[in-house]
Write a protein of this length. Structure first.
Length: 556
């Protein structure tokens, strides 16, 4: 990564490390016009280049090289496969049969689901656009409704001249019945569009008579793999997204090493461990932390120590970031906002050593050093400079990402670190479960859970602090945790008969002690939940004693 200097280069590099599968769908892949000549009698096969003369009278079978076999094809598939192979991407070729379906129960759809990149010819089955649109719509709709976490690039690769007309047809199809907001990308002449997880791009085959503005969207078969990587990178172009793609790639590269750590030679030891743990503990639950530990080791050992380099920060400051004018009065007169942000992000409170003018409202000199001069109002002022209006909640989203566990499955349990609230009333009070994990599993009967109370940050109720950020009914809320023992409450819940845990039904728990329903809000990560529990336990263990009032006051 030493040669990478820009955010664009970083995103492209990360995408190239991550992408491993592509599929090209065309109904003319194998319709070769070059045919071998059948020999009159069996004889040794000779390559065409070995024949002395085509007029020798010998009818020799001609073995055709891949380049020759594609010589008269509408699409030279070998060039396409080779271009992806050079990038270490497996590209599958799929030629649909006559009359084959392209809906979400078809074979071509199932193959496309397994691919990071789907390249589809516009003229499939002799019906320009009809079959391609059906497949594109199914894939984009699936990425929204069924597997919203999966990223996918869809390229329409066509010999048609009017690329804008094709883009219009794709856009109309995707917006006709989709709940997803589809946005055309203005910088691509409207020839690309985004949903939250999919990117659709219209590309033209070369050697067609197109107007000048489409020329940047013409791609030769040799360059299609590189262009695919660049387009995929625009689907995940953030700095953190690039770091995540690199991490996922490293995990995949080391999958065999992970499997070797868990080879069958330790199966006996694990089953013995399980037998000795029963009936009090289910050892199969130990597999999760074992796997998490190995994945964490890979990321720590294989990713570079500084993924987001100073060069990337500088490039982001000048080429990605745009100042919000409402916060420019924070800066000294004549200050270049991009330069200030660059120095601020690179040097923090030491920016005074690298700038002739420093906004003293956020930093002040103390001796030979610069220190932060922040309060909440100044932080809000800095945010008004750094963030555009649609980005103002990004601090909240990052805070949630750091403290809240992402729910990838459908089952929600009541356990240590779960945040809930009473469902049927408009309440400012949330509840954080602090019952240890071991007391929330293998339950045979009703169990009483203990909760700390959480109050919504609100100046009207005098609460200005917040410990946790949650999203409830599409609204971001800051919560303050009261760790005082007299603010805690207990509620009784009945476990699921088979799961032997308190399981949410439609994200709701029914309380046996008061008959009320409680809504599952989020699950804190263990460390963050443990901090709240430790704070609660420290308050609970306070020692009350009689001492000299004079001495007590003097000790403060």
């Amino acid at each position: 990564m030493q040669h990478i200097q820009t955010v664009k280069e970083f995103s492209t590099y990360a995408a190239a490390q991550f992408i491993r599968t592509a599929v090209f769908i065309d109904d003319k892949i194998y319709n070769r016009k070059t045919k071998a000549v059948e020999p009159e009698k069996p004889q040794k096969t000779i390559r065409k280049s070995a024949t002395k003369s085509t007029n020798s009278g010998d009818n020799l079978q001609l073995l055709v090289t891949p380049e020759e076999s594609n010589e008269n094809q509408d699409f030279p598939s070998q060039l396409l496969v080779n271009s992806f192979a050079k990038k270490q991407i497996v590209c599958s070729l799929y030629q649909p049969g006559k009359g084959e379906s392209f809906s979400n129960d078809s074979d071509v759809y199932e193959l496309s689901l397994a691919s990071d990149i789907v390249i589809v010819d516009w003229d499939l089955g002799g019906t320009p656009g009809e079959n391609a649109l059906e497949l594109i719509y199914s894939l984009v709709h699936q990425s929204v409704e069924t597997k919203p976490e999966q990223l996918r690039l869809i390229l329409v690769y066509t010999g048609e001249n009017n690329l804008e007309d094709i883009a219009s047809n794709v856009f109309d199809k995707l917006t006709s019945a989709s709940k997803e907001n589809i946005e055309p990308q203005k910088e691509d002449e409207g020839l690309s569009m985004h949903s939250s997880n999919s990117r659709v791009v219209i590309l033209g085959k070369p050697e067609c008579h197109r107007i000048e503005k489409y020329k940047t969207h013409e791609v030769h078969q040799n360059d299609l793999a590189q262009r695919s990587i660049e387009e995929f990178a625009r689907l995940a172009s953030g700095l953190l997204q690039g770091a995540v793609l690199l991490g996922l790639a490293k995990i995949r590269e080391n999958n065999r090493k992970i499997l070797r750590k868990f080879d069958e030679s330790i199966d006996t030891a694990f089953l013995l461990h399980r037998a000795m743990s029963l009936p009090d503990e289910e050892a199969f639950e130990h597999i999760h932390p074992l796997l998490v530990g190995e994945l964490q080791s890979i990321l720590q050992d294989c990713l570079p120590g500084q993924i987001i380099t100073d060069a990337l920060v500088s490039d982001w400051s000048f080429n990605k970031w745009r100042p919000n004018n409402t916060g420019l009065d924070l800066l000294p007169p004549e200050t270049n906002a991009n330069e200030f942000i660059e120095k601020f992000l690179l040097f923090g409170p030491d920016l005074g050593l690298h700038m002739s003018q420093v906004p003293f409202s956020i930093a002040r000199k103390k001796g030979e050093n610069w220190v932060w001069n922040f309060d909440k109002k100044k932080i809000d002022k800095l945010a008004s400079l750094m963030f555009q209006e649609d980005e103002r909640l990004s601090n909240h989203r990052l805070a949630m990402l750091m403290s809240n566990r992402t729910a990838y499955g459908n089952q929600k349990y009541l356990t240590f670190g779960t945040i809930i609230r009473e469902k049927d009333i408009d309440t400012n009070q949330y509840l954080l479960c602090i019952l240890p994990v071991c007391d929330t599993v293998r339950l045979e009967k009703m169990r009483r859970f203990i909760f700390c109370t959480l109050e919504i940050k609100n100046t009207d109720n005098g609460i200005n602090n917040e410990n946790f950020i949650v999203e409830d009914n599409n609204e971001i809320k800051g919560l303050f945790c009261s760790s005082k023992p007299y603010d805690c409450i207990t509620l009784e819940f009945e476990p699921h008969l088979e799961e032997k845990r308190v399981l949410a039904e439609n994200d709701e728990f029914t309380c046996n002690s008061n008959g009320k329903n409680y809504k599952w809000i989020t699950q804190l990560k263990p460390d963050h939940a443990q901090r709240a529990a430790e704070d609660f336990s420290s308050k609970l263990s306070r020692v009350g004693l009689t001492e000299s009032e004079w001495l007590r006051l003097m000790s403060k």
